[in-house]
Design a binder for this molecule. Structure first.
Ligand code: ADP
Ligand code: MG
Length: 340
């Protein structure tokens, strides 16, 4: 059994600017598994943006076109568990062999392999074997390869061999078409202004968008009420409230520079004065911790630095806060200021 969910098809995966590259690459891979340069195909993006859906869609489509091919979908978490079990039961070789004879291997959420060196090692060997034999590998991750920490370099370099395609936040039009498609499939009608209202206000991700629509439908049918704009407002409000507000990088820079009584220009400047460097490193550290921005994007927003500088800053802050009492206090104080 391939573990594929037939509902997660290309047909049900609505196209928009936010997913066009990833979706087209997925279609290309499905047309010629192992026969394109998109090997591996790595789909990355934040939660609820469609990684799992798209990964299944590729598998479903391949199964459709090439019924004789073995396609396997597995989460990195389950893969890790299987590997650990195989080691315990002394059949690590069977485990490896099982994966080496698959034609299309789809591993979801590879960020889960972070820090798991044994599993990374075995996956490295499986990957090489599949790749050498022209088999297709499809991966998903919540981060771009450059932003994956604690994944072995040799594995990361393999991830970069093929294509990394990002799923971004869908724009308003795409959100509207996703909602309409969902309503259509559920056979539910909803006034246009309500669809617009929900799609306009729920921007976090597709899962929440669908969640809001599902509760809207449920509320109206359980209470035998019409779907009104008022009902939509109450539901949207709940969704927006429950979603943790993401602080912006601008806000973080403001809080950090206020804390050290300097202005943002100073914090961003090229100076190597120790206290300014530390303030800048703290800003980068919090940006990494509290936002979904990539290292590269954080660097460019905090004084036009590159991703390596941000990575170095994060590590320095980690180190200093465990060795330097004063520095630890900075981190605690700023954490408090940022969490209100
Ligand atoms: P992720 O794996 O990135 O967290 P999922 O693939 O689980 O996200 O997607 C969350 C929900 O949103 C699923 O129900 C999925 O079907 C839906 N979804 C995501 N993107 C789209 C899209 N472009 N069109 C239709 N539905 C989508
Ligand atoms: Mg997923």
């Amino acid at each position: 059994e391939s573990q594929l969910n037939p509902n997660y098809s290309f047909e049900n995966f609505l196209e928009g600017d936010s997913n066009r590259l990833a979706r087209s690459a997925g279609l290309a891979v499905a047309a010629k598994p192992g026969g394109t340069s998109f090997n591996p195909l790595l789909i990355f993006g934040g939660v609820g943006l469609g990684k799992t859906h798209l990964a299944h869609a590729i598998g479903v489509d391949i199964k459709d076109k090439y019924p004789e091919k073995t396609v396997l979908y597995i989460s990195a978490e389950k893969f890790t568990q299987q590997y650990i079990d195989s080691v315990k039961k002394n059949n690590r070789n069977d485990f490896i062999h099982f994966y080496q004879i698959i034609d299309v291997l789809i591993i979801d959420d590879v960020q889960f392999l972070t820090g798991k060196t044994g599993t990374q090692d075995v996956f490295f060997h499986i990957f090489n074997h599949l790749h050498q034999n022209g088999k297709q590998v499809i991966l998903t991750s919540d981060k771009a390869p450059v932003d994956m920490q604690d994944i072995e370099q040799r594995l990361l370099s393999r991830f970069k061999w093929g294509l990394s395609a990002e799923l971004q936040h869908p724009d308003f039009e795409t959100r509207v078409s996703i909602v309409k498609n969902k309503l259509y499939r559920d056979g539910v009608e909803m006034p246009e202004d309500i669809i617009d209202y929900v799609a306009k206000n729920i921007k976090t991700n597709v899962r929440e968008l669908e969640g809001a629509i599902i509760s809207l439908i449920a509320q109206s049918s359980f209470n035998k009420k019409e779907i009104t704009l008022d009902l939509a407002r109450t539901i949207v409000e709940k969704f927006v409230k429950n979603t943790k507000r993401e602080v912006s990088i601008d806000y973080i820079q403001k809080v950090v520079s206020d804390y050290f009584q300097m202005d943002i220009d100073t914090l961003q400047s090229k100076t190597r004065k120790r206290h300014i460097v530390q303030a800048r490193q703290l800003a980068m550290f919090f940006a990494k911790k509290l936002t979904k921005a990539s290292l590269a994007s954080i660097g460019s927003q905090i004084g036009k630095r590159d991703h390596a500088t941000v990575l170095h800053a994060c590590k320095t802050v980690d180190n200093l806060s465990s060795t330097d009492k004063q520095f630890k206090k900075y981190v605690e104080d700023i954490t408090k200021k940022l969490s209100v």
